[in-house]
Design a protein around this ligand. Structure first.
Ligand code: GLN
Length: 605
């Protein structure tokens, strides 16, 4: 097993996750099985109890793990399925060690950070790195480990010490360090400043880890003289320094890094035993095409996201990515409008009329609307307003989780005339509880108690838009995270009036998908389709919304879910399976085949 540790310097939030994922994407294109571990040095056991305002959205895995959103980057970039153990927190490590201590495993010894916590970290990493994460079921060959925060944080000290020891445990040719650092360009001088990077590299060295690669993040590319300076002061060769400026899309980062010879460097440094650079570059083609395609989208559509955490866009990161994946497939650039749900509520008309009118203006100019998931009372009435507006105005609509429940409440109130119908999450004493809690998932404990992770949905009606979009499968697997469900007692009334529950869980107990008759696209799902969307394989409910927003869904369905030959096609991408087979080892490519101009970074700005 080979390990790439990715550390951060100067400040966090400069794209360490995307850069770590890109290392993986490059290696995967070389036919190497890659896995990843994200370390979050906070005490929380997992991300389950976080407000989205803390670290952005809570990402959910197949096994029900509620984890940091960076794991989403890994799954999307590498097309892998991670386990909850691939996200390590200080809390998880301490709980593991304390449980062992209570069990008497330390034979009466004093339990200490060094060696017990540091040993536990190393053992955890070695164990989890071996777990297969791709459909091939093969044991990974390379594990990317991203250490959250920055080097020097008190919280991450035990982890840094663990990896200082780990480099000797696994040997030099199996372990390398990439340090991602900020190179600011203050407006006053206009020059790139290397001092913060120098200090953070010094700090890293002081803790016993030497960087093999220094990734310099900046707004504009840094020049050779700046690189030379970093090389001199940080005691690394210039070829070990790579500058990554801001790019138009995160999916351009792997190609950008590969243009700087990353694959060759990693193959040499980690003795990966694969073909040299000119051949390897050939296999970045799907990423090059994806980047080119993203910068050449012909049409534009505007999609509104009516949420309650709209102050921080990271709260809806998987949803925005899923929309862009869908847009990319059909050639549409997606303009997003984040609309704070509570500002759509009638009480705002008196409290803050400007925000109220602005929110409604934004909703009205959208070509399609997503009402995403959420928790608690605030904003629910606004979400219900948005559902009503989409329903009566034939506006393409996708409700997700709480958005699904809001669509049900709205229909109950305004079509079934069930006055004050509500969810018991919002009003425990409602006369018409059309959304109720699932008692086994409402235990009073907050962390890890919801209906979480991958569950199967069965289609129970033959004529369903979503069924067609999912390739006419009889059942599908999607990820869940909820505590409330649609009350099955009301289903007949809804279906009599045209709101059909076309998908249910495998035990036929829980409603999973609704579709409204006589509407271009009014679809809502109890699960979270955004977590399984991939850049080259968009999620069907999002694809439906994006097509319907441009009035192209009907013709797409009529053609058997194929884009018209006149539409920009994305089907020229190899499927992921084909891609996996296309390994460096298997293909016999001559040097003439390698047309380097095909890898130019013209699309990167
Ligand atoms: N609050 C709702 C529930 O727990 C919806 C959850 C969600 O949107 N993720 O059922």
């Amino acid at each position: 097993m080979k390990y790439i540790l990715v550390t951060g310097g100067v400040i966090s939030g400069i794209g360490k996750g995307v850069i770590s994922s890109s290392f993986g994407a490059i290696l995967k294109c070389c036919g190497i099985e890659v896995t990843s571990i994200k370390i979050d040095p906070y005490i929380n056991l997992d991300a389950g109890t976080f407000s989205p305002y803390e670290h952005g959205e809570v990402y959910v895995l197949d096994d029900g793990g509620e984890v940091d959103l960076d794991l989403g980057n890994y799954e999307r970039f590498l097309n892998i399925t991670l386990h909850k153990e691939n996200n390590i927190t200080t809390g998880k490590i301490y709980k593991h060690v304390i449980d062992k201590e209570r069990h008497g495993d330390y034979l009466g010894k004093t339990v200490q950070v060094v060696p017990h916590i540091t040993d536990a970290i190393q053992e955890w990493v070695e164990r989890v790195a071996q777990k297969p994460v791709s459909a091939t079921g093969k044991t990974p060959e390379v594990c990317i480990i991203e250490l959250g925060g920055i080097v020097g944080d008190i919280e991450s000290m035990a982890f840094v010490e663990a990896f200082r020891q780990f480099q000797f445990r696994v040997k030099r040719e199996n372990f390398c360090v990439a340090h991602v650092s900020l190179v600011p360009q203050p407006k006053t001088t206009g020059e790139h400043k290397t001092k913060p990077t120098q200090s953070s590299v010094r700090e890293l060295r002081g803790l016993g880890l030497s960087p093999d690669i220094i990734v310099c993040r900046s707004e504009q590319p840094i020049g050779q003289s700046v690189k030379d300076k970093i090389s001199n002061f940080c005691h690394v060769a210039p070829e070990q320094i790579i500058s990554i400026p801001d790019l138009a899309s995160v999916y351009e980062v792997p190609v950008f890094m590969e243009n700087h010879g990353m694959a060759e460097f990693l193959c040499r440094r980690l003795q990966l035993g694969i073909t040299p650079l000119p051949h390897i570059r050939k296999y970045m083609k799907p990423w090059i095409e994806l980047g080119d395609r993203m910068s050449n989208l012909k049409h534009e559509i505007t999609i509104g996201i009516v949420g309650k955490y709209t102050r921080l866009e990271d709260s809806y990161t998987s949803i925005t990515k899923a929309l862009r994946h869908a847009g990319n497939k059909v050639g549409f650039k997606i303009n997003l409008k984040f609309i704070e749900a509570s500002t759509l509520e009638t009480s705002m008309l008196t409290d803050d009329p400007a925000s109220y009118h602005n929110a409604w203006h934004n909703l009205c100019v959208c070509d399609g609307v997503v009402v995403p998931g959420g928790f608690g009372k605030r904003g629910v009435e606004g979400k219900i307003e948005a559902c009503k507006w989409c329903r009566i105005n034939d506006k393409p609509f996708l409700g997700i989780c709480l958005g699904f429940q809001a669509a049900v409440i709205e229909f109950a109130r305004n079509v079934l005339n069930l006055e004050n119908a509500n969810s018991t999450e919002v009003n425990e004493d409602t006369t018409h509880s059309v959304v109720i809690d699932m008692p086994e998932h409402n235990t009073g404990e907050m962390g890890g108690t919801m209906r979480l992770g991958k569950r199967t949905t069965v289609f129970r009606k033959p004529n369903s838009i979503l069924k067609s979009l999912y390739g006419s499968k009889d059942q599908i697997d999607e990820r869940h995270r909820h505590r409330y469900e649609v009350n099955p007692e009301y289903i007949e009334h809804f279906e009599d009036k045209g709101m059909n529950f076309v998908g249910v869980d495998i035990e036929q107990k829980r409603m999973e998908i609704l579709e409204l008759e006589n509407h271009p696209y009014y679809v809502a799902v109890q699960y979270h389709p955004e977590y399984l969307s991939r850049p080259m394989d968009p999620s069907p409910p999002f694809l439906g919304l994006v097509l319907a927003a441009k009035d192209k869904l009907k013709s797409y369905l009529a053609r058997g879910c194929k884009l018209s030959p006149r539409e920009p096609q994305s089907d020229y991408y190899e499927s992921d399976d084909e891609l996996n087979e296309l390994t460096v080892k298997q293909l016999n490519v001559t040097d003439q085949d390698d047309n380097s101009s095909a890898y130019s970074s013209s699309s990167l700005s």
